[in-house]
Write a protein that binds this ligand. Structure first.
Ligand SMILES: O=P(O)(O)OC[C@H]1O[C@H](O[C@H]2O[C@H](CO)[C@@H](O)[C@H](O)[C@H]2O)[C@H](O)[C@@H](O)[C@@H]1O
Ligand SMILES: O=c1ccn([C@@H]2O[C@H](COP(=O)(O)OP(=O)(O)O)[C@@H](O)[C@H]2O)c(=O)[nH]1
Length: 461
């Protein structure tokens, strides 16, 4: 079997005993890499020491759990321009339709291309003739083009983990055509949803440089390549087991005994403006105003680990959300009850699974999201005989699959407030019916299927 090479900005390294770190994608890719004698290449997560900045970039190679990892440190300038700059201050906001937050700077765009060239230079000498390469996400759009320039003829696939925006939004990126052309160097380009794929096709059509063809192919910039929809998922069976175990875990129950007995609505998101956290807190405030009988009995548990802390928009958000939750707690809280429990730390999956299971409502209300795995995890963690209700933004990729959720518009706080009340009063038979519909989907379409379908699509490309 041909060797599989995965390339991504962040590389989830296995722990000391060789098992993959938590996270469905890491587990699925680890399994695929083991089967195919694989190599995972990317950023080490470390900044290159200043005194070594003039040394040529190199990969540090290590073996763990049957997989080879080849990692490179990045210089502070590279990190600032490529990751904190163009990737997370231009591509991320624009692909999430936040043109107002995009800060385009030419030197950062050059840094983005420089780091992509660096990845191509590092990868080329490692390649064997029939290796299959799978590139992940918006950090590395130009990588295939750079590899092709260096003579690479291998199959190369690309999967975009974030949404693809409508044409008028994409065209606000000054170099949008270079990005589109970059994607045409891949053999397979994968998106989470049919909406993303049709936005991509519309961009090509509007530019007059390509279109979708029959049978999942696309012609653009003189090249024909495959395009498809591959919704990422979770390790459903693993999450079900985790949630079941956590329900009987005494130590874990002790840690959340303070919120037992309340009707809990749970939100779990990186601290990111795309997740709609402030709109959600506001919706919860309105829900309490509109339903006086819920005051003192219901609470919002918002778990929000910090993210991309060096990007100014993220720094500002940290302060804004903390102030907002403080205001709501000040306005409505009492000595023995706090409406919003805001936790600015990352929790382990085991803990999350237990909390999802005890929460009567899963509040997943991003303003825009590629997929949103939290929505799927919340569903998988529920008790089959007494499941909670998922409230899901229609702008999350997951909404294309989870039709048993109450779908909401996160920009409409009153609608979200009404949905919370509707979820809390929903009769058991309706909750079970909705949950069964979603679980059937999640059991059939887990993260292993996502991985297999993408790789078999790439082999056929
Ligand atoms: O690496 P970071 O900058 O710390 O960010 C974490 C990851 O965030 C994004 O996740 C996306 O991928 C999920 C799985 O496909 C999807 O469910 C979610 O909707 C996306 O936002 C990002 O795309 C990853 O590259 C980051 O590693
Ligand atoms: O404290 C936390 C918060 C989140 N997560 C995990 O982070 C992932 C978030 O993925 P999602 O697709 O929802 O959003 P992203 O952060 O990738 O945009 C999920 O698997 C969560 O279980 C976690 O392990 N601990």
């Amino acid at each position: 079997m041909a060797r599989l090479i995965v390339v991504s900005n962040r590389v989830p390294l296995p722990d000391k005993d060789g098992s993959p770190p938590p996270g469905g994608m890491a587990i699925a890719l680890n399994a695929a890499l083991k089967r195919q004698d694989g190599l995972w290449i990317g950023w080490s997560g470390e900044v290159k020491p200043e005194e070594k900045e003039d040394e040529p970039p190199r990969l540090s190679v290590r073996e763990a759990g049957g997989i080879t990892y080849a990692l490179t440190d990045l210089a502070q300038k590279d990190l600032d321009e490529y990751y904190n700059g163009f990737a997370n201050r231009v591509l991320w906001p624009i692909f999430h339709c936040r043109v107002d937050l995009a800060e385009y700077a030419r030197h950062e765009m050059s840094g983005y291309y420089r780091v992509n060239r660096l990845f191509a230079d590092l990868l080329m000498p490692l390649l064997q003739e029939d290796d299959v390469i799978w590139v992940h996400d918006y950090h590395l759009i130009p990588l295939a083009e750079e590899l092709r320039k260096r003579g690479c003829r291998n199959r190369i696939g690309f999967f975009l983990h974030i949404p693809w925006p409508p044409a008028d939004i994409l065209f606000t990126v000054p170099i949008y055509d270079t990005l589109l052309r970059g994607l045409s160097s891949y053999d397979l380009v994968g998106f989470h949803t049919d909406y993303d794929l049709s936005n991509f096709a519309e961009c090509l059509r509007r530019e007059g440089c390509g279109d979708l063809l029959e049978g999942g192919y696309c012609r653009a910039y003189g090249r024909v390549f495959r395009c498809g929809v591959f919704p990422i998922s979770i390790d459903t069976a693993e999450f079900e087991t985790l949630a079941e175990q956590s329900a009987s875990d005494k130590a874990l129950r002790m840690t959340y005994r303070r919120i037992e007995g309340y009707d809990v609505a749970i939100g779990v998101d990186r601290l990111d403006y795309s997740k709609g956290i402030d709109q959600r807190v506001e919706a919860f405030r309105r829900f309490l105003h509109a339903n006086a009988h819920r005051v003192g009995k219901t609470l919002l548990l918002q778990i929000t680990p910090k993210s991309r802390t060096e990007v100014p928009e993220y720094m500002a958000m940290q302060k804004d959300i903390a102030e907002l939750t403080g205001r709501v707690n000040g306005e409505l809280g009492t000595i023995d009850w706090m409406p919003v429990h805001y936790i600015n730390q990352s929790l382990e999956r085991r803990e999350l699974a237990g909390l999802y299971r005890m929460a009567r409502v899963g509040l997943v209300t991003p303003l825009r999201d590629g997929m949103n795995l939290v929505a799927k995890e919340y569903v998988a963690a529920q008790h089959p005989q007494d499941p909670g209700v998922l409230i899901l933004s229609r702008f999350a990729g997951a909404a294309r699959e989870l039709d048993g959720a109450i779908l909401v518009n996160p920009y409409d706080p009153e609608a979200v407030a009404n949905a919370i009340e509707r979820a809390l009063v929903m009769p058991l038979d309706a909750r079970v019916e909705r949950w069964n519909a979603m679980m059937t989907r999640l059991r059939e379409h887990d993260v292993y299927r996502w991985c297999d379908e993408f790789l078999s699509g790439l082999r056929q490309a």
